[in-house]
Design a protein around this ligand. Structure first.
Ligand SMILES: Cc1ncc(COP(=O)(O)O)c(C=O)c1O
Length: 396
């Protein structure tokens, strides 16, 4: 029998990053549009709270599910802002980033062979974490013609007697689509009808543009009591390297399992990061709003550049910091290949621009390319100035 871990990839973005680092070693300046890591510094009050925690010697083991002041701050935030019903701070579990939260969550929810419906395309790690928990990811295509909104009819027709949960991510990685409330209500109704759990990944809840509003799935009446909400401090506060996320759920058995998994995996997140996270949540949210405005500016710069470029048709995202573009059929390919890797490789070699090949995000991602605009505005501007010419130069 093969080990399930052998079915998990080492990651397309890691491969792109390695190729970009090779270019750097050759003295080339590279533009890091391959991965979603915020360019910003953490807010000053977060840094100060972490420095204070260090000075005060708060460097010991903490409660494995998180320090009480942080779980209280999270409880206030998710009830006040997200509209979740939370029994008490005991319903909050602090994790080593959203990624670790997803890993332990699927381990806690799934028995071997349980199915989880998820969008296609989707950030690769979701399907992989489902597989690592011996579950089966069941992709349901997000229709481009409907602006990548979830299709409740298709979701319902994917339900089988092995379906355990429906996974929803909004704002969505990789398309940047923001699910509207009516669609989320329809998904919650399906979960209620078939007695399914809902997993709501809200890592990008604050990276949102124009007049769009983020709706938390767990706030919808039909979703209450059956939703596990996954949040991250990485994107909202640019705390990606500090590694802090949190799960919010009320189901006693799942909570119990998750607590055991936290104890046996990380036994608590880095104490200093936890004090920084509490400060982030308790302070005014101006820094987060300023970051969202800057991401929107970058989105517009990049979108205009792709509109001027041959071979790609970009979707203008309403949230998250990714530009998802369909590669056009006249793309001449590169090194004799016409798949999406060929455009990613071409842009690295031609202009040292990073991107992620769409096929890394699931079957519906084939023939697409994703550009992240979380790197600095200067890098986004430079990439935008190079992209039309670089793609033009591919003309045979
Ligand atoms: C959709 C989605 N969920 C969750 C995460 C988890 O982020 P982190 O582990 O940094 O909290 C990411 C990170 O890119 C993401 O794209």
């Amino acid at each position: 029998m093969t080990n399930i871990i052998d079915q998990v990839s080492l990651g397309a973005i890691v491969q792109v990053r390695d190729r970009l680092l090779e270019q750097t070693a050759r003295g080339r300046k590279v533009l890091r549009l391959e991965s979603g890591d915020p360019s910003f510094d953490i807010p000053i009050h977060v840094r100060e709270a972490m420095e204070k925690a260090l000075r005060d010697g708060l460097t010991h083991y903490t409660a494995s599910t998180g320090i009480q002041p942080l779980r209280e701050a999270i409880t206030r935030k998710v009830t006040g802002e997200n509209g979740l019903t939370v029994a008490s701070p005991d319903s909050v579990v602090v994790t080593n980033g959203g990624m670790h939260g997803l890993y332990i969550l699927f381990r806690a929810l799934l028995d071997p062979g349980d199915e989880v419906i998820l969008p296609d395309p989707m950030w690769t790690e979701i399907g992989e974490n489902i597989r690592l928990a011996s579950g089966i990811p069941v992709p349901v295509r997000l229709p481009p013609e409907a602006g990548y909104q979830y299709n409740p009819l298709e979701i319902e027709s994917a339900v089988t007697d092995r379906t355990r949960a429906i996974f929803v991510n909004t704002p969505h990685n990789p398309t940047g689509a923001v699910a509207d409330r009516i669609t989320l209500e329809a998904i919650a109704a399906i979960a209620e009808k078939h007695n399914l759990l809902l997993v709501s990944d809200e890592a990008y809840e604050h990276v949102i543009f124009d007049d769009e509003k983020h709706t938390s799935l767990g706030s919808i009446p039909a979703a209450q009591g059956r939703t596990v909400s996954v949040f991250s401090m990485s994107k909202t506060y640019a705390m990606s390297g500090l590694r802090l996320g949190y799960l919010v759920l009320n189901d006693a058995l799942t909570l119990d399992r998750i607590k055991k998994l936290v104890r046996c995996t990380i036994n608590g997140v880095n104490s200093v990061t936890q004090y920084g996270a509490a400060a982030a949540l308790n302070a005014p949210q101006d820094a987060t709003r300023a970051m969202a405005r800057e991401y929107q500016l970058r989105r517009d710069i990049l979108f205009d550049a792709l509109e001027e470029s041959p071979y790609v048709k970009a979707f203008k995202p309403h949230g998250a910091f990714y530009m998802w573009a369909r590669i056009q059929p006249d793309w001449p390919g590169y090194d004799g290949k016409a798949d999406d890797w060929s455009m990613t490789n071409y842009l690295i070699d031609q202009s040292a621009i990073g991107s992620a090949p769409g096929s890394a995000f699931g079957p519906a991602g084939a023939g697409h390319i994703r550009f992240a605009f979380s790197c600095s505005t200067a890098q986004v501007r430079e990439a935008a100035s190079l992209l039309p010419g670089a793609l033009q130069a591919a003309k045979k």
